[in-house]
Structure formats: C-alpha cells, structure tokens
Design a protein around this ligand. Sequence first.
Ligand code: ZN
Length: 228
Amino acid sequence: MPSLLPNEYLVAQKLDQMIERAELAPGGRLPTERELADVAGVGRATVRRVLTSMQEHGLVTRHVGRGTFLTARGDHPTLDPGVDISPVDLMDARWHLEPVFVGVAVSRGTARDFHKLNDLVTQGNEIAAGASDLLNFEGCDMEFHHSIAMATHNAAMVSVSKTLMDARSSPTWASMKKQSLTPERLTAYAQEHAAIAAGLVDRDTKAATAAMLTHLRHVRASLFPGSA
Ligand SMILES: [Zn+2]
C-alpha cells in the first residue's frame, strides 16, 4: 500500500477528530467526500485516497450510492500497521538521520526544492501567527521535514523519511506532540525552520546542519523534558 503524503495525513487526522466528535460507532456513516473535503480544506481526490487507505485497512466499508461506513475504531486509522516505532526510537532516529538529509540536500537540492521549503516556512509562520490550529502546524511541519528528504533526490532516503512520517502519525507521538505544543514553542519552531531553510538556500552545510540540530534538540526537550 502506498504511504500517505503529509497533506493526506492531515486529512486522516481531521477525519479522526470528526469521527471522535460525532462519536461514530461501528456501522455509523461517515460524512460525504464533499463534506470531508470542505472541512479539511483539500480536494476530493485527497479525501478519496485517505478513504481508500482506510478501506484497505478494513476500517471502513464503502457502498456505491449509500456512502462510507465505519467498521472499526482506531485512533489513527491510516497508520501503517507495519510501523511500530516508539517515540523514543523515533526521536533518536530523527536526531541522527535528519541532519544527514540536510547535508545531502545542501549539495543536491534544486532551486525548486528550496522554493517549496520557503513556502512551507511562510505557511508555518502564518499558522504560528494565528497560534490556533495545532493540526495544521503538525501537517506543515511534517511536510517541511519530508521535503528536506525529498531534496536529497535519493529514493532510499525519501523512503526512510516516509517511515519516520508514518511513525509520527502514531497515536502516541501525536498525543505527546499535542501536549507539548504551546503557542511559544510553535513560534520558535517556525523560526527554527526558517533558519534551516536559509542555510539550505545559502548551500551552507555547517549552518543548515547546525540549525537542524538546534531544532531537533528543542523538539526533543519539549517532548521528553529532562532529556536535553
Ligand atoms: Zn520541525
């Protein structure tokens, strides 16, 4: 099964919230694709991919003309069941691997890759300025980190990054992140992303890598107080 893209995780998380809010029991009918697309602010094709992924996991059944029905409850229905990575292992892997992705992206990233990173920095700043929607920031954050891996133009590194993204969608990680995220931290994270992107644009390995380590140290200290 193909991994979901970061914006699709966002839809999956919103869908999850909606299911929780509606207290949908097994057998209950999900909102229509159009309603889901409106709420999540994405296209119907994206919603369809998320629903297909849930169907493949046996979490929903779909009947043409009748709609989509919940068959089971899961905190994060789209999480790849093959991925069972603890938050500690995930943070450890991020600490060791993401600076490597940055180093490779410095030399191999294209102007287009860096343009995308800058767009995500702008998006993150806008979300931080509103300081309201955690889910939006987490989705944007995942896309930022994954885009750095994409800028390596190395399929193996992109695949490793996708595994990290899958692990970041686990209920445990998501709830830890949720508890740790304050408006101040969100603003700081957005600034740290800007520093990473600036180092990449300048093709300055030392500055970009140092900025990534600073950011990851901050994330680690926020998630695991006392570990720094
Ligand atoms: Zn980040």
